[in-house]
Design a protein around this ligand. Structure first.
Ligand SMILES: Cc1ncc(COP(=O)(O)O)c(C=O)c1O
Length: 367
């Protein structure tokens, strides 16, 4: 089986983890500070606040905005469920614009139809590692006085123009084990806003300014030094990780374009792609249905997967949720969810494995 992700930690990570273990200081401390410095460097943001995962990063980013019950967050309907769960956890109401079937990200032209008087936040998701179309999204936010929270869980090191993702308002990253950069479990929020950064630090640790001095009702969302030590050595390798994934993605694009009913992924001009996922669309004109293609690929030992099988709201628990507003739905997202299929694109693929992926896709889409 060629797995869709391979998690490897090297000698540098082992040495740093051992250093933490031997120090006896395992909770949030000096390593987390180093981790935060790396997050600032990666994004160019003035502040980075480490937390224990990418979901809690979204929760504190929203809570830092001091939303009131009934305030609305407009996000992408095509994302991992954490995006939606974080909105609900923060006590806000979720609404969905639609996506573009070119970059799988929020289509800014669909925003106006879902904005209401209660909209307070736009939450684009940089899905699969490609930056969302931030300029028009930021323009809408500016015009309407809305905050931006970028869900950059999958997009470490991706750029929109010259600008790394992570500085349009607040941005959140996941360092879950299968992400391009990881700490096993981990997260971070980046921002240029001093006031928000201060609130984020309070929210992460019980709202505590100094010992037993509480300023707001907070959480224990701290990252441990042990986890931070796993991620730290990887930051310097991020450019080469993205390069290797890009080489694989370009190889696939070259060898898989032109197949009937197969659409290869596009990196939009002016943006870079971190290639967290390499995702094809198997469209209606394919002689073989998407689910059959998946079955054939899996049977051939290719760890292809579906990210994600439905629009995020399209489950009974959300359809019946009082804080989830679906409206007329998001037709592009609903259609694309039935078409996508992601292939292994990770930096550990060998040339032989890459060729096997290509030949297996050719075979799987043949009638
Ligand atoms: C788009 C998106 N948002 C949020 C998250 C949540 O991150 P975590 O799993 O670290 O809580 C993920 C992680 O899988 C994600 O892919």
């Amino acid at each position: 089986m060629i797995p869709i992700t391979v998690v490897k930690v090297g000698a540098e990570e082992e040495a740093l983890v051992l250093q933490v273990l031997r120090s006896g200081m395992l909770a949030q401390g000096a390593m987390v500070q180093r981790f935060e410095e790396h997050c600032r460097e990666m994004t160019g943001a003035a502040h980075a606040v480490a937390v224990n995962n990418g979901t809690t990063a979204l929760v504190v980013a929203l809570e830092a905005l001091q939303l009131q019950p009934g305030d609305e967050v407009v996000t992408s309907p095509f994302t991992f469920v954490a995006t939606l769960n974080a909105i609900l956890e923060a006590g806000a109401t979720a609404r969905f614009a639609d996506i573009s079937d070119t970059d799988f990200n929020l289509d800014p032209s669909t925003l106006p139809t879902v904005l209401t008087d209660r909209t307070k936040v736009l939450m684009p998701v940089h899905l699969y590692g490609q930056a969302a179309d931030m300029a028009p999204i930021a323009a809408v936010a500016d015009q309407r006085g809305l905050a931006i929270v970028e869900d950059a869980a999958q997009a470490h090191g991706a750029h929109y123009g010259d600008r790394p993702v992570g500085t349009y308002g607040q941005a959140t990253f996941s360092f879950y084990a299968t992400k391009n950069l990881h700490s096993g479990e981990g997260g971070a929020v980046t921002t240029n806003d001093d006031v928000l950064a201060d609130r984020l630090r309070l929210l992460r640790s019980h709202g505590m300014r100094a010992r037993y001095q509480y300023e707001l009702a907070g959480h224990n969302y701290r990252l441990s030094d042990l986890a931070a030590a796993v991620a730290i050595p990887q930051f310097d390798r991020l450019p080469s990780i993205i390069d290797a994934r890009t080489v694989n993605a370009e190889y696939f694009n070259h060898h898989l374009s032109g197949l009937d009913g197969v659409t290869t992924p596009v990196t939009v001009a002016g943006r870079t792609h971190a290639w967290h996922q390499y995702t094809l669309r198997i469209t209606a004109d394919s002689p073989v249905r998407r689910d059959e293609v998946l079955k054939r690929l899996n049977a051939a030992g290719i760890g292809a997967g579906i990210y994600y099988p439905k629009a995020v709201y399209d489950y009974e628990c959300y359809r019946s949720h009082p804080a989830v507003r679906i409206g007329a739905g998001s037709p592009v997202a609903e259609c694309v969810a039935g078409e996508v299929i992601s292939l292994p694109v990770h930096q550990h693929l060998t040339e032989g494995e890459r060729d096997r992926v290509v030949s297996s896709v050719h075979a799987a889409v043949r009638a």
